[in-house]
Design a protein around this ligand. Structure first.
Ligand SMILES: Cc1ncc(COP(=O)(O)O)c(C=O)c1O
Length: 361
């Protein structure tokens, strides 16, 4: 009832045929006919695959294909190992709830995704939240932290599209002997060599304790993996409840992830997306309150649920799928239009969107 009064009541909407400025399919892989054809052709050569994995990874749900895929993913991202989870939500939940113990400390950025927050909440560790990207505030928390210390951040923040100061965070982590965990959900495929992520772009893979990569965004498929050391992987296999107590994702899902990774490496998809991001930012009126972002997520702060909703509805009426992100998903006053750019958006579509935004905002 209160949600309705605040204009924040959520409902599920049917799929529309509007121009996509909303999905996480940044490189267009989920809708790529070429990738789908490769997938279907490959499946036809594998007549004996099972539709379901038939069990958890520790029981009937493991196979060589999954473990080889994990090795390939680890190699691609320049990590020692990878462990696949059924989703990014599960990966964050399973990592953060199991790793820090009673007496340890988890320090998280205030804008972290719900899955990081929920994982931290499920652990018995002390929890501190630092102000978004505020290194002084982070250091204040590090000074009072006890036990093993973990700092959890996103390389690209999901609602703002801005990036964490990873170099500085890693430097602070050294000073306070803390382990850094980086969620690369929105950086994977967009940053780094061939889309290896922002950690790789900044050459921090040795400084970072664990990375979470997700397949449901830039890779256009589904699932996630935790990247880290062999002992971390072994630990998660033994103690991470969202890994242990669930049916493993099916072969078809793992096959699509494998083929999406191959597809990623066949062409410079990053150049295409960064050209689009540049065009979008350059064409907006400078007065518009656009969050600083090099990523495919571009946020325009509007302020107020009703106002943000009204602009998004006007854009949708013009055939463009731009969604408003309302409070309480984001802080009150920072309600926004969250525009996701994609390689399947033409330059003309992006220009037309900026022209509409210049008039409406
Ligand atoms: C930063 C971040 N981490 C994790 C997730 C969860 O990933 P998945 O959608 O694969 O559960 C999301 C998805 O919204 C996200 O934005």
């Amino acid at each position: 009832m209160r949600r309705k009064e605040q204009d924040a009541f959520r409902t599920l909407k049917p799929n529309n045929n509007l121009i996509d400025f909303c999905s996480n399919d940044y490189l267009g892989f989920a809708r790529s006919t070429s990738l789908r054809n490769i997938f279907e052709d490959t499946l036809r050569t594998l007549p004996n695959y099972k539709l379901g994995s038939t069990g958890s990874r520790l029981l009937a749900g493991n196979d060589d294909f999954t473990e080889e895929l994990e090795s390939d993913i680890a190699q691609f991202h320049i990590a020692d190992t990878a462990l696949i989870y059924n989703s990014g939500y599960d990966a964050n939940l399973g990592l953060l709830s199991s790793l820090p113990q009673r007496g340890d400390t988890i320090i998280t950025d205030e804008l972290n995704h719900a899955s990081i927050i929920d994982g931290a909440r499920l652990s018995y560790a002390n929890r501190y939240i630092f102000k978004h990207n505020d290194l002084n505030n982070l250091e204040d928390k590090l000074k009072v932290a006890k036990g093993h210390i973990y700092i959890a951040v996103e390389s690209i923040y999901s609602m703002d599209g801005d990036e964490a100061p990873l170099i500085e965070i890693c430097a602070l982590s050294k000073k306070y002997n803390a382990a850094v965990i980086v969620d690369e959900a929105h950086a994977t495929t967009i940053f780094g060599n061939q889309g290896k992520g922002l950690v790789e772009e900044l050459n921090l893979q040795k400084e970072v304790f664990a990375r979470i990569i997700t397949f449901g965004k830039g890779l256009g498929t589904h699932g996630a993996a935790v990247l880290g050391s062999i002992s971390l992987r072994n630990y998660l296999i033994n103690f991470s409840r969202s890994f242990i107590y669930t049916t493993a994702s099916p072969f078809t899902s793992h096959l699509s992830v494998k083929l999406a990774y191959q597809f990623l490496q066949q062409q410079n998809h990053q150049q295409l997306i960064h050209d689009r991001i540049k065009l979008f930012r350059e064409n907006l009126r400078p007065e518009i309150n656009l969050v600083r972002s090099r990523s495919a997520i571009q946020a325009i702060i509007i302020g107020g649920n009703a106002e943000a909703k009204m602009i998004s509805l006007k854009l949708q009426a013009d055939g463009v799928d731009v969604r408003a992100i309302l409070s309480p998903t984001v802080a009150e006053g920072s309600e926004r239009l969250r525009i996701c750019l994609h390689n399947h958006n033409t330059m003309e579509q992006i220009k037309a969107l900026t022209e509409s935004l210049n008039k409406l905002v």
